[in-house]
Design a protein around this ligand. Structure first.
Ligand code: IPE
Ligand code: IPE
Ligand code: MG
Length: 236
């Protein structure tokens, strides 16, 4: 059973395995992404129910542009469909949506749906649902580097005053605590440019389940694994 007193405050997920799920079912890849969206919807609900403060999902990486135009376009179409269908319920459930990444490079329909969602949910106080879209940690750190350099050259900041917090505060995750639990599905054991700075002390849980089959019960299992870990943060 999950210990309700030791719920992770922030769960980050690499939702991987949509393509392999589709392949297994002899379906086109986009059917896998559609099934993945349905799985995501259930996980968001579950996180709300468990009173988790932050859920951050990797939906599209800066490297995913290497895929076919059909697949990339299909993913963004599904994103718009998801938002248009779910926004009302997300808002009713007091969910606040944030987007991490350079979403302005997405197709304009997707940008419009995203901005509407950010605006409508901005004052909500329940689960903070962060969607990483056109996100990559290296691009994020490079962006922070440029923002900080600008402050230096404008004379608003001195080199001596740069701290780790200066860096954290210039990442997309500013105001979001570091992930406690980092989950990757589909059996792959790598970070794929996700939250590299933020996950310095996250507990990593790798599940062999393909993302479309990652049910709320699987999430509970990952949380229980997290609760069995001993976190030391370098101490004794
Ligand atoms: C993850 O599933 C979703 C995205 C990267 C958008 P994949 O599409 O990477 O699925 P696999 O890894 O090919 O099975
Ligand atoms: C990571 O998965 C990105 C997302 C889940 C959005 P990938 O499938 O793109 O990662 P690699 O290519 O296996 O490292
Ligand atoms: Mg993959």
């Amino acid at each position: 059973m999950i210990d309700k007193n030791r719920i992770p405050k922030h769960i980050a997920i690499v939702m991987d395995g949509n393509g392999r799920w589709a392949e297994k079912k002899k379906l086109p890849r986009i059917a896998g992404h559609n099934a993945g969206m349905l799985a995501m919807k259930e996980i968001v609900k579950k996180c709300s129910m468990l009173d988790i403060e932050n859920l951050t999902v990797y939906a599209f990486s800066t490297e995913n542009w290497k895929r076919s135009v059909e697949e990339v376009g299909g993913i963004f179409k599904l994103l718009v469909i998801y938002i248009e269908k779910e926004l009302k319920e997300l808002h009713e459930n007091n969910v606040k949506v944030k987007v991490l990444g350079d979403y302005k490079k997405l197709p304009k329909e997707a940008i419009a749906s995203i901005e509407k969602t950010l605006e409508i949910t901005k004052d909500n106080t329940g689960l903070c649902f962060n969607i990483a879209l056109n996100y990559g940690s290296r691009a994020e750190i490079l962006r922070a580097f440029k923002l900080i350099s600008k402050e230096l050259s404008d004379g608003k900041l001195n080199i001596e005053n740069i701290t780790e917090d200066t860096i954290s505060n210039n990442l997309y995750t500013k105001d979001i605590p570091d992930p406690d639990l980092f989950i990757r599905t589909s059996g792959e054991k790598r970070l794929s440019n996700y939250l590299l700075w933020q996950s310095a002390y996250s507990e990593l849980v790798f599940s062999d389940v393909l993302w479309p089959e990652f049910t709320p019960e699987e999430l509970e299992k990952a949380i229980m694994e997290f609760q069995n870990r001993k976190r030391r943060f370098g101490g004794r």
